[in-house]
Design a protein around this ligand. Structure first.
Ligand code: NDP
Ligand code: 2IT
Length: 439
């Protein structure tokens, strides 16, 4: 960091939350990208945009008490971080995962503010969730937890103020339970997105993040005279984003040779079938189950070893910090020339720098996975209109959105003298969109 104002802002953020490592990393990446903007436009300083964007507008923290199947009362912590609503209502997913804490959610809400701006739709940034771990919980326990969680959260959200959706550990089923509880208190179906189809959901939202990731990546590849066709792809995770990334990458002509979960990873040189992934992963079972459906697949423990597999394209779609510098070096050594992030913050800052130094095409999460929240906006429109969109309408608009995002971030990077740095381009274009509204 060289720009005096940017340095001052970062110092202030560090002093305010010294122990929030994940949040500080997310802030650092964005602030570094914005140095050329502030070097060229020092008059922006007086508006204190960065000070305002870095401090969440509101954070709600609450107790979630629920009963397990033995009748014991369990207690978890719930959160909603309302980062910035300059562009529209706070918007972002709910994450149920044992790693959830305030720092992670603040980093994700901060990222979401820029991501949502990149979609071109009127949405601000937010994120929430709980340290509740769905692994090993019965469906009835998950349902009771969702009801208990929403009983605490409902006063703070609404279709015009803050619109949560799913994320790690929260899919359509959980959103359905959360909606059931919400509707007991407020009759406002547009308050949640990612809903099941029979509860006001949008056809195509389930597929949106994974499909959007592939549309973005294909555009980035095409722009460099490459494509998915005939390429070997590895995808980490085997949940919502990974499964539909597998489907679309395959449709675009690639062979998905490796996928993973928290237990381990599978390799199949003939190509992984997303339908078998869905079957194997029912009730969050181990991906090892995939072997039941395929003779050509091998399974191994230690999910991070997936990244040691030789591939052309890597799509990290599981969780944060999956790819560190050592992993990045292995991917590059093995000839991987394109990495696009389906998960949020899956690549550490030094690994991103390494990819860029080695001319790997790198699609940052806030651009590459924005199709999920983009289609959440379409779901909000559908609910507001009282209409039913077709799958094809959503898919067509999703594709257009992802192609536009790629070109907007590419152009922003060129404007500030860093062509091909799509991290910088995404941060700059997102920032420009947010401050245009803050002004
Ligand atoms: P899911 O819960 O549906 O799937 C997550 C998958 O990642 C599961 O297969 C899980 O394994 C695996 N996983 C989690 N942690 C690890 C780990 N440490 N190592 C290996 N595998 C792991 O979540 P989503 O697919 O919805 O979300 C995945 C990522 O995409 C998250 O970063 C999320 O923030 C991001 N994202 C999601 C969007 C959405 O619309 N859902 C939109 C944009 C981004 P297991 O099954 O064993 O738990
Ligand atoms: O990280 C994300 O963009 C999401 N989890 C989706 C958020 C949303 O509101 O659809």
């Amino acid at each position: 960091m060289k720009n005096a104002y940017i340095k001052k802002v970062f110092k202030q953020v560090k002093e305010t939350c010294p122990n929030e490592t994940q949040f500080l990393n997310a802030v650092r990446e964005v602030l570094e990208s914005l140095e050329p903007v502030y070097d060229a436009n020092p008059e922006l300083e007086k508006y204190a945009y960065l000070e305002r964007i870095c401090e969440p507008q509101r954070v709600v923290e609450f107790q979630v008490a629920w009963k397990d199947d033995e009748g014991n009362i369990q207690v978890n912590r719930g959160y909603r971080v309302q980062q910035n609503n300059a562009v529209g209502p706070f918007k972002g997913g709910l994450r149920f995962n044992k790693t959830v804490n305030l720092s992670i959610l603040k980093s994700l809400a901060f990222e979401q503010t820029f991501k949502n701006a990149l979609t071109g739709c009127p949405m601000g940034g937010g994120k929430g969730g709980s340290n509740f771990d769905p692994h090993g919980k019965s469906p009835a326990e998950i349902e009771r937890f969702c009801h208990a969680f929403m009983k605490q959260l409902y006063p703070y959200i609404g279709s015009k103020t803050d619109v949560p959706a799913g994320d790690l550990g929260v899919g359509g089923t959980e959103i359905g339970y959360l909606l059931d509880e919400y509707l007991k208190h407020r009759k406002d179906i547009g308050t949640l997105t990612g809903k099941p189809l029979d509860k006001g959901g949008l056809k195509g939202r389930t597929e949106a993040t994974g499909f959007g990731l592939c549309y973005f990546t294909e555009e980035m590849l095409n722009d460099h005279k490459k494509s998915f066709k005939g390429k070997k792809v590895i995808i980490s995770g085997s949940g919502n984003v990974s499964t539909y990334a597998c489907k679309k990458a395959t449709e675009l002509g690639a062979t998905v040779i490796g996928m993973s979960d928290t237990h381990g990873y599978i390799i199949d040189k003939k190509g992984i079938d997303y339908k078998k992934i869905i079957k194997a992963k029912e009730n969050r079972a181990s991906i090892e189950n995939y072997l039941k459906y395929s003779d050509s697949t091998v399974y191994a423990e230690n999910p991070t070893d997936l990244f040691k597999t030789k591939c052309d394209i890597c799509l990290p779609c599981a969780t944060q910090n999956e790819i560190n510098l050592d992993t990045a070096k292995i991917l590059v050594k093995n000839g991987c020339y394109c990495v696009a992030e389906g998960a949020n913050l899956p690549t550490t800052l030094d690994a991103i720098a390494y990819f860029q130094e080695n001319k790997v095409l790198f699609g940052p999460a806030k651009a590459a996975n924005a199709g999920g929240v983009g289609c959440s906006y379409f779901e909000m429109c559908q609910n507001a209109e009282g209409s039913k969109w077709t799958f094809n309408k959503t898919d067509k608009k999703l594709k257009e959105m992802m192609v536009n995002i790629y070109h907007n971030i590419k152009d922003a990077a060129i404007r500030y003298g860093h062509p091909e740095n799509f991290v910088m381009g995404a941060n700059i274009h997102g920032f420009e969109t947010v401050i245009a509204k803050m002004k």
